[in-house]
Ligand binder design. Structure first.
Ligand SMILES: Cc1cc2nc3c(=O)[nH]c(=O)nc-3n(C[C@H](O)[C@H](O)[C@H](O)COP(=O)(O)OP(=O)(O)OC[C@H]3O[C@@H](n4cnc5c(N)ncnc54)[C@H](O)[C@@H]3O)c2cc1C
Length: 511
């Protein structure tokens, strides 16, 4: 089924426990801050109902019923490219797929891992995952992925933590009809607007930590689930918010700290419970899928920040300056690289799981995530440099709306002839908003910190090929067995006439 926006909004009035700025929220839809998150998330239900986007976002299940494409398991390069297209379209629009990115990535990772566990351990998780997937499709539920544990002392494994044993979400009781879980997940995006939370481990676990090797899904309104929403960047919305914080008032932070205070989960919703050997498969599969989303998320952001830097150069009259053009060229290059690396990850997917599922290429997707995470602060520096100091001291909507002071702002904060002062102010506010700390930190840590990508890149690089390249270049034996470097042609195959040794310019030793 494909729900309407109204049906989605109605589903959120379900008694969920959410806190925002120290107050308990009675209805997320009407809350002055959280209501903006819900509005952004509701775009998830606009796309599939919109005639122009329907073909992209809607597919059919085995019974021929319309379902959201993002809830299906990607099986091919084409599926991954279509998933990417959904993500990019939504992120460029400034909303949407909030409810079908982390959750859809977690669901895809459940599928990969359940198949592996069933094959190697004889468990029956695949059927559970597929039944759960059917439920999501049938009810068209909004889902999010809760992966990151609060972790306590990072140097200690979960069961070795000193202050308590709940820094990582764990099973505390196994009963006939289900399990009881305790712990907390942190920075979980889209949580106030989701219907379901899909929980999985954020790291690999050893046998001593098998109670933490845990994956399951629960509705957000399950007793014992408590959401503590993060502080908003902008506390002004509507016309004023749009002027002052054009990005973060329309797409506010959606994260929460989620506490699981002895929550009951029925067995049919449990997708890993104790199979510690597979927590690695699950965490890694999620990371690969989710970095594809992260890369698509960044396409819209990088295009906007690069475009803002180019536009502000025009507005300020510095668009022809050599140093400005060099900075803009670099920004355009990073934007292009991230876009293309994301596409490359879909064109050459990982398929070797012994079943019908495709995962983004590890090298490409981690290169994409690392490229934007490690360069975003430099992008911000360039945008701020080109924009000038006004990108932080720019007046607000309230200043601009005050008729007594507006003429001064109009006169003195104009720049190039022909550019309305209001446009320049709006652009400066955008740069201030986009280069602020929420996004800088999101860029580094969202989809995993940079060390995580380095770990994947080191683990996935084809070191044999790279070393064979070096051996062949240095004429050290060993490259001949490499499938690529061993079978290449060389100049040895070119028969040349004998060298004329009469030239004096050639040293005697070389003759
Ligand atoms: C805006 C935002 C949205 C997010 N959305 C989601 C979401 O929807 N779902 C979700 O599950 N998560 C989400 N995350 C979480 C994100 O994946 C984590 O922030 C990220 O994995 C880093 O974890 P951390 O914040 O606990 O930092 P830490 O793990 O404390 O990392 C800080 C530094 O310590 C290093 N470090 C940590 N542990 C070790 C170790 N054992 N050895 C060596 N170095 C170590 C890290 O590499 C990093 O350099 C989001 C984060 C942000 C900022």
């Amino acid at each position: 089924m494909i729900r309407t926006v109204e049906q989605y909004l109605e589903s959120l009035n379900d008694g969920r426990e959410i806190w925002c700025l120290g107050e308990k929220v009675s209805d997320v839809r009407t809350h002055p801050i959280l209501g903006n998150i819900i509005k952004t998330a509701a775009l998830d239900y606009v796309f599939p109902n919109h005639p122009e986007y329907r073909d992209l976002f809607v597919t059919q299940d085995e019974q021929g019923e319309d379902v959201n494409f993002l809830l299906t398991a990607p099986k091919s390069s084409e599926d991954l490219l279509r998933r990417r297209e959904c993500f990019v379209a939504a992120m460029r629009s400034g909303g949407g797929v909030l409810l079908h990115c982390m959750g859809a990535d977690a669901l895809a990772a459940f599928t990969v891992t359940a198949n592996s566990m069933d094959r190697e351990l004889g468990t029956g998780y695949s059927e559970r995952v597929e039944n759960y997937r059917k439920l999501l499709m049938k009810q068209d539920l909004g889902i999010t992925g809760a992966v990151t544990d609060v972790k306590g002392d990072r140097s200690l494994h979960p069961s070795r933590q000193k202050q308590h044993q709940d820094y990582y979400l764990r099973v505390v009781d196994r009963q006939d009809d289900g399990i009881i879980v305790r712990g907390a997940k942190v920075h979980i995006s889209a949580s106030p607007c989701a219907n379901e939370l899909l929980c999985l481990p954020c790291r690999t676990h050893g046998e001593e930590d098998k109670d933490y090797a845990l994956a399951f899904a629960v509705p957000v309104n399950t007793p014992g689930v408590k959401l503590l929403a993060v502080e908003p960047v902008s506390r002004t919305y509507g016309e004023e918010g749009l002027f002052d914080y054009p990005k973060t008032s329309t797409r506010p932070p959606t994260e929460s700290l989620i506490v699981f205070d002895d929550v009951f989960v029925p067995w049919e919703r449990v997708f890993m419970c104790g199979e510690w050997q597979f927590s690695r498969t699950l965490a890694y599969a999620f990371a690969s899928y989710h970095r594809l989303f992260g890369t698509c998320k960044m396409v819209g952001k990088l295009e906007a920040i690069t475009g803002a830097a180019a536009l502000v150069a025009d507005y300020n009259g510095v668009d022809k300056a050599d140093h400005v053009r060099k900075k803009l060229a670099w920004m355009a290059m990073i934007t292009h690289m991230v876009k293309e690396l994301g596409k490359a990850a879909c064109l050459d997917p990982e398929k070797g799981f012994g079943h019908d599922v495709a995962m983004p290429n590890r090298m490409s997707i981690n290169s994409a995530k690392y490229t934007f995470a490690s360069n975003f602060h430099q992008m911000c520096q360039y945008a701020q440099d080109i924009a000038g100091g006004l990108s932080t001291t720019v007046p607000t909507y309230r200043d601009w709306s005050n008729q007594e002071i507006r003429p001064y702002i109009e006169k003195y904060l104009s720049a190039k002839d022909g550019v309305p002062t209001e446009d320049r102010l709006r652009l400066m506010r955008l740069i201030k908003d986009m280069t602020g700390n929420y996004w800088q930190i999101d860029t580094i840590h969202g989809e995993g910190s940079m060390a995580a990508q380095q770990m994947f890149l080191y683990g996935s690089a084809d070191w044999d090929l790279l070393k064979a390249a070096a051996r062949r270049s240095a004429d050290i034996d060993g490259w001949q067995d490499d499938p690529v470097y061993g079978s290449l042609l060389s100049t040895d195959q070119v028969k040349m006439p004998p060298v004329d040794e009469s030239y004096k310019s050639i040293p005697e030793s070389k003759r």
